[in-house]
Structures are given as structure tokens and as C-alpha cells.
Ligand binder design. Sequence first.
Ligand code: ATP
Ligand code: MN
Ligand code: MN
Length: 404
Amino acid sequence: QISEAEVALFSVSSYACQRRTTLDNHNSNLTDALSLLAENAELNNEDGRGVAFRRAAALMKALPTQVISMSQLRGLPCLGEHSLRVIKDVLENGVSSEVESTKQSKRYKALKILTGIFGVGAKTADRWIREGIYNLEQLRHSGQTLNRAQKSGLEHYDDLNEPVTKAEADAIGEIVQKAVDSVLTGSQVALTGGFRRGKLTGHDVDFLITHPEEGKEVGLMPKVVAWLESRGFLLYQKTTRNSYLESKDGPARPASNMDRFERCFSIFKLTKGKEQESTQPEEQNDLKTKDVLRPHMQVDTDQQLCELSKNYQMEAASHKIWRAVRVDLVVSPISQFAFAVLGWTGSKLFERELRRWAGHEKNMSLSSHALFDNTQNKYLRATSEEEIFAYLGLEYIPPSERNA
Ligand code: ATP
Ligand code: MN
Ligand code: MN
């Protein structure tokens, strides 16, 4: 039993954008539980609950040491009754019963599998589940009409659910830079998203493209995409043009957190590096079941057979000389570049909290395009992230500490 005096109390700011959240997390047992419940809420279109669990998880991520007792959490913001119950369960029993039952539920499993398809969101997955579709096999045989994105997503399912490494992100970055240089000299490419925050892997790779001369970037995306496409780098792409100028509601009040830059959601065909490329002799590339089915192995049960078949597929996949990778490309005019970089660096919760801080504490509206001061009734120009934090009255938080 720990006495009151021995318990370390934490003092933590209530907005995630006031905190420094690095990648080293001392409470992953707790944040994993809360994140899973957040994800489950989001998959069920319960956005309010989702945000509440995300905020609680982010708070726990920001704590400097491991929590061992509930009494340490006294006075901390962002922890609602439900989150506290989950934390208590994990601290006392090692696991949260709610998390365990969620993980095992048929619905959660199906939602995870189906939304794991690029182009499938919670709503589509829910509709399919109501029609009795719980997995890819059932989906393939269901006769459901899939859109172009979903077809691509299903085709490259395994690749797209395999984390992208930093090395792969850099390799794609070189290709994008080459494409951009070829179509408009002087253009700049910035790696954003999780990799800019120092993450070692990601679900995709995010790039922001600009040109130092305002206006030169107009029409850049279709040219970049055409360059990539003609060289066989794209398995899928959907380009959306810039809708910022023509919109009536003004830049500071986007309908959602979606921005209106010219963008391209794509799937790259990335040739594997030399070190990954078949280092084995030729004849072993022609994989036979016998290579996986070792003679001493007994195949008695369905489960063993399933395991073997999985191994076989994995071995076969490892002999493929390319893989599919999700890539987001965004083009921003230089005048909005600082806002775009800030908006596309994330994390998602950090961004949400920045906007909430701006609105609730500063009477300002922040988007990936601009910062509007509602009190002075004017836009605040910025050429760096540091300036934006300063306008917002926040201490500057570097990307590596935005992992809320
Ligand atoms: P991961 O490693 O999973 O890719 P990530 O932090 O890079 O993590 P993304 O989903 O790629 O996550 O998003 C990166 C950033 O881009 C986030 O800050 C997010 O807010 C922003 N973003 C993503 N999609 C959009 C969009 N459609 N409109 C505006 N901003 C977006
Ligand atoms: Mn990303
Ligand atoms: Mn992305």
C-alpha cells in the first residue's frame, strides 16, 4: 500500500496543444485501453464519446511517469467518469473488462476488418454488417458494388494494412521530389503527418507541396500526378481541385476540419529496395507449398492448416518486388504554407485542440489555410509555425512534441 505522501501528483494543462507529448509513453497500458474505446466509439459514429476517450488517452500520454495508483490522478483535467472507471480497471486487474469484451465482439471485429479497406468508412461498414457482411470473404461474394477507391483498397488490403516505414516514406519522398522538380522547377516538398512528428511507422505518407512564388503552384497537382502516372508509380489516385477561393463561407470557417487545398489521395506502387529485393537464389523464388510445409509438421486441425496457409501467403508476399503504399499529396500556395504545414503535421487530436483553443480561449478561427481574429476582424499573416503559436498565445511546441 502506498501512502499519500509517496504518491506523485501531476500538474497537466487541459488543452493538448499546451502540452509537450513525445513518443515515449509511460502509460501505454492505459492509453491503449482508452484509445481502443475511442476507436470503437468512432467506428460506431459516437463522436462525442470518441473525443472524450481521445482526450483522456492524450492526457495519460503526457504524464511524465507511470501511473500506479488512482490517487495520483486527483485534480487532473480530461478524465471523465467513464475513462476513470477504465483506468481503475486496468490498474487493479491488468486489463479493462470493457476493452476485452469490445475486442471480442463480433461487431467490433467486423468494423475493424471492413474499415481497414481504403475507401470504406464507418457508415458503409455498418450498412454491410446489417446485410450480414462481416469479413472480406463475405464482401467479395456479396455482389456489393464497390467504388473505385474501395476496389483498390480491397485489392491491396494486406499491403495497405502493413505499416509504412520511415525508409519507405523517404523513398517515396524522393520520387515525389523528382516529379515536382520535373514539372515546375523551384517547387518544394515537405514531409508532414506522423513522420514529421518523428514516428517510425505510419498508415500513409503525407506530403505538402508549394512554390516560393505565389500563384505558380496553381494547376501543379494534375501535372505531378500525370508525371507519376506515366511512369507507373500510381496504383490509384483521386485528385480534388482547390475549392478555397470559390467558397462563400470564408477560409476561417470550414464546414469541417477538412481543408480545401488541391489534393490527391493515392496509392503508390513502391518497388522494394535492394536489401529487401529477393536476396535468395532464383529457384527459391518459385515458392511451393513444400517450402512452408516442413516434413516434421503435422496438419491435424483447421487452425494449423489456416496458420500454414497464412505463412505461405506471407512468404509469397515477401517475394513480391513491390508494395502498395497510401500517399496523400497536398498543394498549398506559399501564403498559406505555414498554416498548411501546421494543419497537416497533426496529431489529429493536437489539431482539434489547437482549433478549440483558438476559438474558446482567443476568439480566433484557425484552419489549415489561415488564422482569423474575430475580435480585430482580420486575418493574421504568418510565414512560420512559430508565429502562429505566438498569435495564439501558446508556447511553441515542436512537431516531435505534438504526439497527443
Ligand atoms: P498516420 O501515421 O496514421 O498516417 P498521421 O498523424 O500522419 O498518422 P493522417 O491521417 O495521415 O495521420 O493525418 C495527418 C494530418 O493531416 C492530421 O493532422 C490530420 O488532421 C490532417 N488531415 C488528414 N486528412 C485531412 C483532410 N481530409 N483535411 C484536412 N486535414 C487532414
Ligand atoms: Mn499520415
Ligand atoms: Mn494522411
